[in-house]
Design a protein around this ligand. Structure first.
Ligand code: TYD
Ligand code: MG
Length: 487
């Protein structure tokens, strides 16, 4: 009989440890270490299965010179959903495995159902899709299918098979029978293999099931999409190794309370991870959004603490409004909250403003946010955050046809951003005639661009261009609106 040994394992990140600890030394999460009785030979079984995968599909015992390897013609399966195909790098690669994560209720199952219907329609006749749901009944799936199919032109549920099961062996049996081009597993946390001695959702179950799905995808030349849960911190739940096993990792993000959702690639072996797919949750499922600028109104009255930023997401430039609220707080206990922006960067920008822009914020509560709930992670958004903070704290609003772009360094200097021309074009198209850009890129940006070298100039800039004073204090004569010559 195989020897049993006790180890401890983190339920959040999958790290192993020989002793129990209150806090995982790997991911830092408290109370996540559980004891795990493991049959010593089990990992070898898993690695044997993996070795077999490697052997059968492209692995070889001999090293080959790159030149001598003939690249196979990689087929792509379209999902028919433009935004999803774009994030995938032009569709699903046959034989690949995609892992998609996101908060509960964000719309993962809805997106998967739409992809299932879309894949049948957008590919050759006879394309079947198997939707294996381990969380819902087949009837629930049918209801969702009927709801979303209406958004397709010639909507039909033909060719989409549903299996409500959690046993991977039975799912595999159906895959072999139906031979779908696309298999959807919703979700991996509930799927199990009988021969793995732990509960569904445990690290070893997830790892093993995922490994088998990778094997299945390669062997049967089909694409597999796996839905995964996320932890409280927004990371994909389960072992990190899961992300290494699959070819593509996508995160479906956004706030459940907003309609706008973004699908972003965290890893993609067949394309860029810079792309973002935009969706809006509607009555008939997810609707593709071509431009987030629909959330903007250049005619809107100017507000202090709000500014638009042309941020880049892959090949697309999206105009997003950045907002900041500066309110009286308590010194030493001032709050800093960020929604949709990089929370770790906010304190740095506040410190830079205090040090270089001559503004005191240590007793002020600061909240920053993006309108629409979309995440902005590029550093180019820094200057917009600084402008919003300054304008909010001064109670001065900039005209609503100005947008701002630039990265801020620790010295307060404003650094160049990539693809300035594209941003200017996009902003102009949307009615933003004026743009504040890094001084190094003012010429590139062309007319209508004002350059700034350091955030030390921000106060003067805002005073000069502000058109509304929302605080009680009155503007001095010299401060009154002078943006006329610039506009
Ligand atoms: P769901 O796709 O089940 O989310 P997840 O699988 O990520 O948990 O559903 C997301 C939410 O969207 C759910 O609360 C119901 C809602 N919804 C719509 O508003 N319109 C629709 O057409 C559908 C199908 C769902
Ligand atoms: Mg779901």
């Amino acid at each position: 009989m195989a020897k049993q040994k006790a180890t401890f394992c983190c339920t959040e990140c999958g790290a192993m440890t020989p002793t129990w600890m209150g806090k995982c030394s790997h991911c830092g999460v408290w109370d996540s270490i559980v004891e795990k009785i493991e049959i010593a030979k089990e990992p070898h079984c898993a690695s044997a299965a993996f070795a077999q995968t490697v052997d059968e599909f492209g692995g070889s015992a001999e090293a080959i010179e790159l030149l001598a390897i003939e690249a196979p013609n990689v087929g792509r399966l379209q999902t028919g959903i433009g935004e999803l195909d774009r994030v995938l790098g032009g569709g699903l690669v046959v034989g690949s495995v995609v892992l998609i994560g996101g908060d509960p209720g964000i719309g993962k199952s809805t997106l998967m159902m739409q992809a299932a219907i879309g894949a049948v329609q957008a590919n050759d006749e006879g394309t079947n899709v198997l939707y294996a749901t381990s969380e819902e009944s087949a009837f629930q799936c049918k209801l969702r299918g009927e709801r979303v199919v209406e958004s397709f032109k010639d909507g039909s549920l033909e060719g989409v098979y549903v299996l409500s099961d959690t046993d991977l062996e039975r799912i595999t049996a159906q895959v072999v029978k139906i031979r779908p081009k696309l298999l959807i597993i919703d979700s991996i946390q509930m799927v199990y293999r009988k021969d793995v001695d732990s509960t569904p959702g445990s690290v070893s179950q997830i790892k093993r099931c995922c490994l088998e799905l990778v094997y299945l995808a390669r062997k049967l030349d089909m694409a597999v999409m796996i839905v995964g849960h996320v932890t409280k911190e927004g990371q994909l739940a389960g072992p990190r190794v899961l992300e290494h096993l699959v070819d593509v990792v996508l995160n479906f993000e956004g706030d459940r309370h907003y309609a706008l959702r973004g699908l972003r690639g965290a890893k993609n072996r067949f394309g860029t991870t810079l792309e973002i797919g935009l969706f809006e949750m509607g009555q008939k499922g997810l609707v593709e959004v071509n431009d987030a600028a629909a959330y903007l109104d250049p005619e809107a009255p100017p507000r202090a603490g709000a500014i638009v930023c042309p941020a880049l997401h892959g090949s697309r430039c999206l105009l997003i409004e950045v907002q900041a609220l500066v309110a009286q707080g308590t010194i030493g206990q001032a709050r800093r909250r960020s929604n949709g922006l990089d929370g770790a960067r906010l304190p740095m920008l506040i410190a830079a403003l205090e040090r270089h822009a001559g503004i005191e914020l240590n007793d002020q509560d600061i909240y920053t946010s993006t309108v629409g709930g979309l995440k902005l992670i590029e550093p180019g958004v820094d200057l917009a955050v600084c402008v919003a903070l300054m304008s909010g704290s001064m109670g001065l609003a900039l005209p609503s046809n100005i947008c701002v772009i630039g990265e801020v360094g620790l010295g307060g200097e404003i650094r160049s951003v990539p693809q300035i021309e594209q941003r200017v074009v996009q902003a102009r198209r949307r009615g933003y005639k004026k743009m504040l850009v890094p001084i190094t890129q003012q010429k590139l940006g062309g007319s209508g661009c004002a350059g700034m070298a350091s955030i030390a100039e921000l106060e003067g800039f805002i005073k000069k261009n502000a058109i509304i004073r929302t605080s009680q204090k009155q503007l001095s004569d010299g401060e009154k609106r002078r943006f006329v010559e610039w506009l």
